[in-house]
Design a protein around this ligand. Sequence first.
Ligand code: NAD
Length: 369
Amino acid sequence: MLLNIAVLPGDGVGPEVTDQAVGVLQTIAAAFGHEIKLTRHDVGGIAVQKCGIPLPEDTLRACLSSDAVLLGAVGGPGFDSLSRQLRPEAGLLRLRRELGAFANLRPAACLPGLEECSPLRQDVVAGTDILIVRELLGGLYFGEPRKTEGSPGQRVATDTMHYREPEVERIVRVAFELARNRRRKVTSVDKANVLECSRLWREVVTHLAGEYSDVHLEHMYVDSAAMAMVSRPADFDVVLAENMFGDILSDEAAAVVGSIGMLPSASLGGRIALYEPVHGSAPDIAGKGIANPIGAILSVAMMLRHSFHLEHEAEQVETAVASALSSAHRTRDLARAGRPAISTSEMGARITTEIRERASVAEHLAAHR
Ligand code: NAD
């Protein structure tokens, strides 16, 4: 199969973790006989520096003519004073919108052996396996009007939370369909006791749940969900949330399972999907070679599964990650105090070695069958 992938490393640790994810893609392609075409493009702060805008037209064109997009991260303190349209994050929001990527899947699982990496008690975090399904193109991040008016000392800022019924319907269906291949439970998160958007959200979810009688539905207010996420995380299966609530809860889920560096994501819904780790550009550790590349690498597994339907190859990546971690290899974010840590590239190399070794064992067994 030809894998035609647009790679957008972005800013901060983005290029560091993306390099490792690309290494994994190349290893998978070589091991399983796929042809790979990778083209690199600028997005975010680096694009602002080179072209004056965070999503140059040639980057967007390249994404739209690829089969899938792999992104690192965007942003950084050097860009914080730019106007809203020029900020790196504006480039990412526009890319998601242009791709039509309305369904953001963020799995957060506590891998066996990593219970000690959670700030929670091991008996609380053990067995945690959550899939956050976040609506990605609506709500406060896109609603208009958004503005700041008035003179200093008297300014008024406005953001708009806005949801149309079809926008809610399509993400609800994604959550229920995915729940059918998991533990058949959906927790829909809202703030229906206060917000109009949440009342509409809850009505649509409740109505559609009738079509999925094999899936158990519960509603939870977002504040209550935030509390339950740390007190009994293993109770969640699929968490369905609007854009901002999903953004916040997925960072919380990341901390619960050990590190935000571990979490991958897939943004689906359009013809071409976008894959990126959940974390940002991590300016505090950028350039040090210590970022955890696993979120980016597991994003590649999601790409193989969702864009190319290469389930076996996706599982090989996930198995290699689990295997590298079970051998007690830890990047700085996962290592316990005083314990040694390996670098970003060493973790990438461990994982590619695992993939290669497993593939060659499988080849040997097949040849002697
Ligand atoms: P962040 O995710 O970049 O960092 C939060 C904390 O997690 C930091 O302590 C960081 O060191 C750590 N961390 C993040 N990724 C890590 C990794 N791979 N390995 C180990 N530790 C890791 O969030 P932030 O500090 O709030 O934001 C920094 C910048 O990133 C901002 O400009 C923000 O707008 C941007 N951002 C971008 C995205 C994205 O590109 N999708 C997402 C979130 C934030």
